[in-house]
Design a protein around this ligand. Structure first.
Ligand SMILES: NC(=O)c1ccc[n+]([C@@H]2O[C@H](COP(=O)([O-])OP(=O)(O)OC[C@H]3O[C@@H](n4cnc5c(N)ncnc54)[C@H](O)[C@@H]3O)[C@@H](O)[C@H]2O)c1
Length: 303
């Protein structure tokens, strides 16, 4: 359906999404305003926890295919390099004004279908910044995007419904499982995931249980593959905080006010799991000095 995929914002999600499409054989143009982010992104695609080197080591990809994947991704600090792209996926920080500014700029450069990987921001609001809102939708990937099957497609008020169906069919062919939801703060996934994440951090704040015990409660009690504390560490605590702030800003509902402990951890440099957030002091698990629940259960042979 598309030939060249543009990625704007080459951080945690942008680099994972770029890797996914390059592995599917697509040419990718990745743009970030920071040169350092482009270097880190390529490094994580090569050598990261979900990168191609790991796939080669596991025998899931040949060395020559790994090289081809890398060669399909072109990086740039210039939006003008997106000109040839027919699909652009934006993955900059979760900030309404920043995303509006980015879309205004991209829309003046290319005629691609424009999408946002936003976790919470109104798709209708973001579409107000582009030339053709009927060709604008939410395309919400999950972390790690190379592996997670789910893609949440979000229809704004003016999004062409037929286009959403076509994109759904295309993603299905690429092995993803898309769901379609109407535009509403936090859509379906963030609205549910964030409220669980908030209660988990409030429980820590109140000293009710340790991170490990809270996660084991949800993993063994409710069959979750990963508990809410470990999920927050993987998402990135800074990104989680921005999502709470945006949800609160959009809904004015105190239910979305960020928990104090989360604000303090981010202020102190705890930005999430250091294996996926380079430069972070750690996540909640590092702050509490505990072994991650998933590692413990694996070590005990339970999961
Ligand atoms: N982290 C997750 O697990 C996750 C999951 C799903 C969706 N999301 C959403 O994806 C988006 C990105 O999140 P992330 O975790 O990858 O954040 P991140 O902080 O890892 O990366 C954001 C990147 O955007 C770049 N950037 C900032 N301003 C820019 C600009 N004007 N032009 C180009 N690049 C710019 C930054 O340099 C940075 O590299 C957010 O909207 C977030 O809500 C995150």
């Amino acid at each position: 359906m598309f030939k060249c995929i543009g990625i704007v914002g080459f951080g945690l999600m942008g680099s994972q999404i770029a890797q996914f499409f390059a592995q599917q054989g697509y040419d990718v143009v990745a743009v970030d305003s920071r040169k350092e982010a482009l270097e880190k992104g390529i490094n994580s695609i090569k050598n990261g926890r979900f990168g191609v080197k790991k796939l080669v080591e596991k025998g899931k990809m040949s060395e020559s295919e790994a090289e081809k994947v890398i060669s399909r991704i072109r990086t740039s600090v210039e939006y003008s390099d997106l000109k040839e792209c027919d699909l652009v996926i934006e993955a900059v920080y979760e900030d309404i004004d920043l995303k509006l500014k980015v879309f205004r700029e991209i829309s003046s450069i290319c005629d691609a279908v424009l999408t946002s990987n936003t976790s919470s921001i109104s798709i209708t609001k973001l579409s107000s910044a582009v030339k053709d809102p009927s060709r604008f939708l939410g395309m919400h990937f999950f972390n790690p995007a190379q592996i997670q099957k789910l893609v949440e497609l979000i229809e704004g008020l003016l999004t062409d419904r037929k286009l959403v169906q076509e994109i759904r069919d295309w993603l299905l062919k690429l092995g993803k499982v898309p769901i379609i939801v109407k535009d509403s703060p936090g859509f379906a996934t963030t609205r549910l995931g964030l409220i669980l994440g908030k209660e988990a951090i409030l429980m820590l704040q109140e000293g009710i249980a340790t991170p490990q015990d809270i996660d084991i409660a949800m993993m063994l009690g409710y069959g979750y593959p990963m508990g809410p504390i470990e999920t927050g560490d993987l998402v990135g605590l800074d990104t989680r905080l921005r999502i709470f702030e945006t949800m609160f800003q959009m809904t004015k509902d105190p239910k979305w006010a960020p928990p104090k402990l989360l604000v303090q951890l981010v202020d102190a440099g705890y930005l999430g799991d250091p294996s996926v957030k380079p430069g972070s002091k750690g996540g909640i698990y590092e702050y509490y000095g505990q072994e991650r629940a998933s590692h413990l259960l694996k070590r005990l042979g339970i999961r």
